[in-house]
Design a protein around this ligand. Sequence first.
Ligand code: SAM
Length: 263
Amino acid sequence: MPTSKMAALAPSGLQWDTLEQRKHQGENLYYQIYVWKLQQLPADVHRFCDPELPAPRRKELLHMLRSLEEDSSCQRLQILFSFSVPSPQVLELLCSLRLPLVSAGAGTGYWEYLLQRLGLDVVSFDQNSIFPSEMRYTEVMTGGPELLEHFPDRALFLAWPDADESSRFSLDCLSYFRGQTLFHVGELLGETMSSNPWGQSTSRDFQLALAEDFCCVKRLKLPSWPGQVDWFSMWRRKSSQLVLCDGAHFQYVETQVETNNQL
Ligand SMILES: C[S@@+](CC[C@H](N)C(=O)[O-])C[C@H]1O[C@@H](n2cnc3c(N)ncnc32)[C@H](O)[C@@H]1O
């Protein structure tokens, strides 16, 4: 049974106490909870960091978002599921591309589980020191970025890999990754409410290195919890060969994204 008032108020189809309930036979329960939850939150919730709002109200709003004692606080849901909410459109796009994935820093493996249930070939790894096995939705191998050397034929899936700006994890993943396609889930430069312009998901060094060697060929907005500006983006590796074209250097990259659907 749900333990908090908020969870008890949730519609009967939305129960997330146990892993089995959260797995929801492979349906995207987290997205349904997100839609419901945003209807419950007060209209001023996005102002939790607005200095014009009186401090006691800001404190209340922050509590709603981040208290781990509240069953349906956004932070608690993010720990139980994943930092970003998978949208049906992005899951559909990933499936229609049919690229086998290797997910680095998969956490609970929620995105990876949904994609596997939709028929995609996904392998995942994490250092597995934060999320215990009973919280995981799928198999998550234990390991670090060096594992990527074993998966040159897969696209790299990176969702919120860096806990803070000092983390080298995303950059190390990029150094070990030999594949052609990378998917980034989270915030990017200049699209964040964080005081760090690079956002809360991947470090400055990673984003600069990514833009050096890869070109963004597709972006879709993700559902975002208050305080986050989440995007799904697809990046393709540029040819390492510079070609001089009418006085300017270019690096070829295929920018067309072919899918089975009209996305
Ligand atoms: C912020 S969590 C994001 C988890 C998940 N991708 C999500 O979007 O919810 C970052 C994850 O990266 C993992 N991680 C950080 N450094 C790592 C490393 N050096 N090797 C493997 N995993 C690492 C952590 O264990 C954690 O599960």
